[in-house]
Design a protein around this ligand. Structure first.
Ligand code: C2E
Ligand code: CA
Ligand code: CA
Ligand code: CA
Length: 279
């Protein structure tokens, strides 16, 4: 039994060592990608469910490896957050997305908005709002076209610096969205305490619509809540026209999802805009 134990430990420690080596290699490569600005920003349209007009875009970062493989953010954002790389990474996404939005505006799609995901780690930067505003100004955009998305978790941590950040965002004329709404804890008091302009219903509640009755009730409740608070509502993860019908019948008019478009490179969004939004 002793021998077996020792062997098990040996195997385990090798596995841990391998994982650690793999992680360090990833950190090294990610640092390189951030420094070389070889990350890519993809965009997913936000559409009016009635008529499918594109009203805005969400910037979603991708890591395109040298061999062309595309790695999704779920696989490297946590590493970026642990290592501090999230700061230069986010600045790159912000700068790229603002300049791209300006290009679309100049092509005539001049009312499009851009949503940018903000990591909780960025909120520790005392001059975050100034950095964002600098980027927006540098791209010669009005701040009213910029929406910052924060996950519900950040709102629950009722920290003074977060509150200051959010008020400052609104004072500069930018919008503020709660991302993944509904998956956090059920304290809704933050809706009252924070100057939120929109709610994004998490995909997990949309996925099984319209058949799942619990989800139908939850979504209906969130729709009512948003309406009563006069907050814009966006349904995430729409994949079927049945989901669209359900949402429209309950008066939720804006959504995102693979049904309309996956997140794609800027050129593909330009194609979509030109083909379907006739200019
Ligand atoms: P998120 O902000 O909730 O973004 C929505 C995610 O849902 C995206 O995954 C999108 O591709 C996916 N999605 C959209 N529509 C559908 C659908 O119809 N069906 C399904 N199954 N999925 C759909 P993605 O691009 O992999 O991003 C994952 C998360 O990574 C994002 O979740 C966001 O939290 C984070 N992220 C992405 N880009 C950035 C960034 O630049 N900065 C920060 N801090 N986080 C980012
Ligand atoms: Ca988001
Ligand atoms: Ca989300
Ligand atoms: Ca999410």
């Amino acid at each position: 039994a002793k021998d077996k134990g020792r062997n098990t430990y040996h195997i385990y420690s090798q596995a841990v060592h391998r994982d650690l080596a793999k992680k360090l290699e990833m950190v090294k490569q990610l640092r390189h990608a951030v420094e070389q600005e070889s990350l890519e920003v993809y965009y997913q349209p936000k559409v009016e469910l009635l008529g499918h007009r594109i009203i805005g875009l969400e910037a979603l970062v991708r890591w395109v490896k040298e061999d062309g493989t595309v790695i999704g953010p779920d696989q490297f954002i946590p590493v970026a957050e642990d290592t501090g790389l999230i700061i230069p990474l986010s600045e790159y996404v912000m700068r790229t997305a603002c300049h791209q939005l300006k290009r679309w505006h100049e092509m005539g799609f001049s009312e499009l908005t851009m949503a940018i995901n903000i990591s909780g780690k960025q909120l520790h930067l005392p001059d975050l709002v100034e950095t964002i505003v600098d980027n927006v100004n540098e791209a010669r955009l009005s701040p009213r076209f910029i929406e910052l998305e924060l996950t519900e978790q950040v709102f629950i941590e009722n920290i003074q610096s977060h509150t200051n950040f959010m008020h400052s965002v609104r004072e500069h004329g930018m919008s503020l969205a709660i991302d993944d709404f509904g998956v956090g804890y059920s304290s809704l008091s933050y809706l009252k305490n924070f100057p939120v302009t929109s709610l994004k219903i998490d995909r997990s509640f949309v996925k099984d619509l319209p058949d799942n009755e619990d989800d139908a009730v939850i979504v209906q409740t969130i729709i009512n809540l948003a309406k009563n608070l006069n907050i814009q509502l966006v349904a995430e993860g729409i994949e079927t026209s049945e989901q669209v019908e359900f949402l429209l019948s309950r008066d939720c008019g804006i959504g995102q999802g693979y049904l309309f478009s996956r997140p794609v490179p800027a050129e593909e969004i330009t194609q979509l805009l030109q083909n379907y939004q006739g200019l």
